[in-house]
Each structure stands twice: as C-alpha cells, then as structure tokens.
Design a protein around this ligand. Structure first.
Ligand SMILES: Nc1ncnc2c1ncn2[C@@H]1O[C@H](COP(=O)(O)OP(=O)(O)OP(=O)(O)O)[C@@H](O)[C@H]1O
Length: 251
C-alpha cells in the first residue's frame, strides 16, 4: 500500500529525514516509535505532502504509484487521510462547512456522525479555534470519519486525551480501520494505518502488525510493536541506537 524508499527530507535547508525506508502493506497497521524530535511527524507530513517538507532524494509510492511529487489534494483523493498532531486554527470556516466539502457526494448525516463522538456542538464553531486538546483529536477523527480514507496517518492519537475520552477515541479509530464493528487481521476490508505513539496506549485498541523506531531522522530497527515498546520502556532509545551503530560498523 505504502512504500518509502531511501527518503531524505529537508525543512528550510535542514536535513530531517535520512534514507528512510519503510513499508506498510494493505490492511496492515504499523506503529512508529521514536524520541521527541526524531522526525516522526515530519515523516507523516511528508507522506501527506505538506509543502514545508522538501524531498531531496528517495521515493514515496502509494497503491503502486509514485506520489513523491504529487500535490496534497491528489494524495487525499487517492485515499490518504491524516490526524495531525497540531492542526491549524481556521478562523471563519465552520467545522460543518469543511465536513460538507470532505463528504463530497457521500450520503452522511453529519449531526448523527458528530453526535457519535460527542462533537455535535462543535459543528458550527470555527475549526479548532478554542478547542481543547481532546476536542481537537475528536475533530480530526470526525473529519477522518467523513473522509473515509484507505490509509490513516495518525499522529499521537492519545496525546492530550483523558482516559474516558481515550476509550472513545481508541474505539472510533478501531472502527474506522476495521471498516466495521470487528475485523480479523486478514480481513480484506481492513484499512491500512501508520500510527505514531509514545505511550503505546493506542495498542490497547488496535491490532498492530509491525513497528519501526525512528531516531535522529533514521530508521533504527523494526519488529513486533509490543516487544519494541517493552524494550523502549526498559532500556530507552539508547540501546536501539547503539545496536544500529554496531550493525552499521559490522557491515
Ligand atoms: N516546519 C518546520 N520548520 C522547522 N523545523 C521543523 C519543522 N518541522 C519539524 N522541524 C524540526 O524537525 C525536528 C523533528 O520534528 P518532528 O515534529 O518531526 O519530531 P517528532 O519525532 O514528531 O517529535 P515529538 O515526538 O516531540 O512530536 C524537530 O527538531 C523540529 O523542530
């Protein structure tokens, strides 16, 4: 579904991502771990096509097509959707107006959908203006619920969300990715996702298939998400970096 090959990215002339190679297969949920400032959000922003992120070399393929230079709207039309960490405030544009554009010709009851994640009272407010951290997450989720992409980029879905709302956010994400109430790992209707998490809380709601650790703009290792999270919690990221350096020296 998504292949990233040897990707190097700069922002304002500063290298952020260095030779990143990773793959998310169709129906697979992949986790991205890494310390603060590692470049995780930059990677998601680059996949979505945000303009600040300049690809200096390498390629991004989505559904087999080279999208490295594709504009953001084309990527969205092809089926990529994002829950950003800090989406912008959009003064003068109501959430309902955006959702109506996003829903295009889909037959959806916006009030009912918004009500299902306690967002009905936000429909006629300017997007994100004065929203709390948890409300922004639910607003992003509501937009994804309307957009119904094939591939979800989720940037720290649990950050700023209280435990009660986390159950709602987690189960909504699960429902979106499964495309119905419950689905097996090999269900053909299962959507794909690349999810950033620090705490791993979202793993209580998702059947994650694989994880990568990104440090200092480079992929250090990949493996089972729960095993990698356990290692990060016990040994931190230093062990991962040391291991990568040793491997690189041996090669
Ligand atoms: N648009 C930008 N302009 C300047 N610097 C940027 C920009 N975007 C990212 N950076 C810098 O790139 C580095 C990586 O940022 P990024 O947000 O991708 O990290 P992250 O791994 O998601 O971190 P965190 O876990 O803290 O959210 C940081 O040092 C950040 O300040």
């Amino acid at each position: 579904m998504l292949q990233i090959e040897d990707l190097c990215v700069e922002v304002a002339g500063r290298p952020l991502l260095k030779n990143v190679t990773l793959e998310v297969e169709k129906g697979e949920t992949t986790i991205l771990f890494g310390p603060n400032g590692a470049g995780k959000s930059a990677l998601l922003s680059t996949i979505m096509g945000f303009s600040n992120y300049e690809v200096t070399s390498g390629k991004i393929f989505f559904k087999g097509k080279d999208i490295t230079d594709a504009p953001i709207n084309e990527r969205a039309k092809m089926g990529i959707g994002i829950m950003a960490q800090r989406p912008p405030n959009i003064v003068g544009v109501k959430l309902r107006d955006l959702l109506e554009i996003e829903s295009q010709k889909k037959v959806l009851n916006l009030d009912e959908l918004a009500g299902s994640i306690d967002m009905k009272r936000f429909l006629d407010r300017d997007i994100n203006v004065g929203f709390s951290g948890g409300e922004i997450k639910r607003s992003e989720l509501l937009q994804l619920s309307v957009q119904q992409p094939d591939f979800y980029l989720l940037d720290e879905p649990e950050s700023g969300v209280d435990p009660v709302n986390m159950a709602q956010v987690g189960s909504t994400i699960k429902r979106l990715i499964c495309n119905k109430k419950a689905c097996a790992a090999n269900d053909p209707d299962r959507k794909s996702a690349l999810v950033i998490t620090h705490t791993g809380e979202i793993l209580d709601y998702l059947d994650a298939d694989k994880a990568y650790i990104l440090c200092n703009g480079s992929v250090m290792c990949s493996g089972n998400p729960n095993r990698l999270l356990k290692e990060i919690k016990t040994q931190g990221y230093d062990e991962c970096i040391r291991c990568k350096l040793n491997l690189t020296q041996i090669q």
